[in-house]
Ligand binder design. Structure first.
Ligand code: B12
Length: 509
């Protein structure tokens, strides 16, 4: 690194920065300390390093120095809000100079509880120093959320209580000044101990509850997965998403490696076999409609809508839906080729282990909200009352997106819909039929294991002499027309659009 800095090796610095960002770093620490007394050279190096790294990555930098002039060189050349690493109370002059620069360049600060006597041994004393620094920072009008306190940890090899002191300091700072942020350099805790990795990760987990950030090597995959796992367990949604993303990334890399190494040979062999086979078969001309160029080209907005549903990005879906409407696309087409297509892909990815329950739920929620935003357009024709439909998802089944869609589409087409929800026992459904006297009862099931509940409802209707009072329509991905016939339901529809026409016909006849 020293040599690369001396030679201003642009490629080396840019590559290192890019790799750190790719691994999830939020800040890149920049230190130009050479151990030599050439301050002017260090100032030049800092200017060069900040400019060079920011040409490559768009993450902010942490200017790591104890010298105000080198700090200024870094801050002056930094685009956006930099981080100062670090301030302390070793010298009042330096503290003041750093705070002035922080104010001038609106930088964030890492603050350390050190004094001219070193690191205070107890958590109480460290907190006192922190509170003093906070007081000084307030004089400069620095926002508490821009200060990151690092309680400093000494190795447990020297004193077994060292990690506890750091943890207590963090906890006290958070309770005394909740808006102040915290951070922690982890690795010192394990110095002089074997198996340092285990200690560092365990320490991170113990501290995580009081931490807003941590200083760690983002290229250390194991540590990053502990960070995201711990964050997810502490209720941080972004960490949970990062945990899943990291898992997928790792699996994709493994798959790619496998494909490259082992499957290449197999593919080549197969390709040769296919070539031979094709040669032996007589050429059959393709029918006209099979030719790919005949296929209707889909507007890219549908792919964007589908992607936004997959990403669970509600705002983007709403925005795109509005744009599609403004561009004159039919609401039904937006629903089918955009929103539903996205959810279908979510289903495939879920089944293949590519997506996981939190993401499926987020996509589901997005679908729900976006369908609601489409509803006014579906209603545009001003439907007249056509009949009463009672909708329920059967007992043991909590899937409701499809049922909701059917309900909405029916409402939009002039039916009165009473939706009694998900996981509804047969007896409760019968009770609701008695109470509301619908023309049609709609039952939804998405699990093969809950389909028998549908038959239970129909039998119970019969037992209560209510079978003739309302027709029963079934739906849900695993349900088929044959199944509906088999259990003596009256109607079946494959989707929300078909549901409307099937019900229209049934009530007209
Ligand atoms: C979203 C989802 C979830 C969400 C549900 C969120 C919610 N609020 O609904 C969550 C994450 C909670 C979930 C949980 C589970 N799920 Co799930 N889930 C799905 C997923 C990905 C999408 C379903 C969906 O909403 N599709 C979009 C909607 C709009 O389509 P739809 O429901 O088919 O509805 C349309 C039609 O079927 C029809 N329709 C639906 N109902 C009705 C009713 C009537 C009257 C009519 C006429 C028409 C009709 O019209 C709708 C619109 O066109 C599917 C996979 C898939 N591709 O289907 C798996 C899937 C249904 N789930 C599955 C499983 C196994 C589970 C879990 C057991 C997972 C687990 N291991 O814990 C649990 C079960 C929980 C429970 N007790 O119900 C399996 C079911 C396998 C099977 N056939 O039995 C599937 C197929 C995934 C898979 N391949 O493994 N799931």
């Amino acid at each position: 690194m020293g040599k690369a800095l001396l030679n201003h090796d642009e490629n080396f610095f840019k590559d290192l920065a890019a790799r750190q960002v790719a691994s999830g770093a939020h800040y890149i620490d920049v230190s130009v300390a050479s151990g030599k007394a050439d301050k002017n050279q260090e100032i030049k190096n800092m200017e060069w390093a900040v400019k060079t790294i920011q040409e490559e990555v768009d993450k902010p930098l942490a200017i790591d120095t104890t010298d105000p002039d080198i700090l200024k060189a870094g801050l002056k050349n930094h685009k956006g809000q930099a981080m100062i690493n670090s301030i302390s109370y070793e010298s009042l002059d330096r503290l003041t100079a750093f705070l002035e620069l922080a104010k001038e360049y609106q930088a964030k600060l890492v603050a350390l509880p050190t004094t001219d006597k070193g690191i205070p041994p107890t958590s109480e004393e460290r907190v006192d120093v922190c509170m003093y620094i906070i007081g000084e920072a307030r004089k400069y009008g620095i926002d508490m959320e821009d200060i990151y306190f690092d309680p400093l940890v000494l190795p447990i090899s020297v004193d077994v209580n060292n990690s506890v002191t750091a943890l207590d300091t963090l906890k006290k700072i958070k309770s005394l000044s909740p808006r102040t942020r915290t951070t922690l350099g982890l690795s010192n805790v394990s110095f002089g101990m074997p198996n340092r990795d285990v200690l560092n990760k365990s320490f991170l987990l113990l501290a995580l509850k009081y931490l807003d950030s941590a200083i760690l090597n983002p290229l250390d995959e194991g540590m990053m997965s502990f960070l995201t796992a711990g964050g997810a367990l502490l209720g941080d949604e972004k960490m949970r998403a990062d945990y899943l993303r990291a898992f997928r990334k790792k699996r994709a890399a493994k798959k790619k490696e496998l494909t490259e190494k082992e499957e290449k040979a197999v593919d080549e062999k197969k390709a040769n076999e296919i070539k031979t086979e094709v040669k032996e078969k007589p050429e059959v001309p393709k029918p006209e409609e099979d030719k790919p160029e005949k296929k209707e080209k889909m507007d890219p907005i549908f792919e964007s809508l589908s992607m936004a549903v997959q990403e669970g990005d509600t705002e983007k879906v709403k925005e795109l839906t509005k744009k599609a409407i403004d561009d004159g696309f039919e609401p039904e087409k937006i629903l089918d080729d955009g929103l539903m297509a996205g959810m279908e892909t979510v289903g495939v990815k879920f089944a293949e282990g590519e997506m996981f329950i939190p993401e499926v739920l987020k996509s589901g929620e997005t679908l729900k909200i976006s369908i609601q935003s489409l509803q006014p357009y579906l209603k545009e024709d001003g439907p007249t009352y056509k009949g009463k439909i009672l909708m329920a998802t059967v007992e043991g089944d909590i899937h409701d997106l499809g049922k909701n869609l059917v309900s909405m589409n029916l409402t939009a087409n002039g039916f009165e819909v009473i939706d009694i929800g998900i996981n509804i026992p047969a007896s409760e459904i019968i009770g609701a039929v008695k109470e509301h006297k619908p023309d049609i009862l709609g039952l939804s099931a998405l699990l093969t294991t809950t389909m028998p509940e549908m038959e239970k409802v129909i039998n119970l209707l019969k037992e209560n002499n209510m079978r003739d009072s309302c027709k029963v329509i079934l739906g849900g991905a695993p349900v088929s027309e044959e199944f509906a016939e088999e259990i003596n339901a009256d109607l079946y529809a494959e989707n929300a659009i078909e549901a409307v026409s099937v019900i229209n016909t049934a009530l007209a006849g």
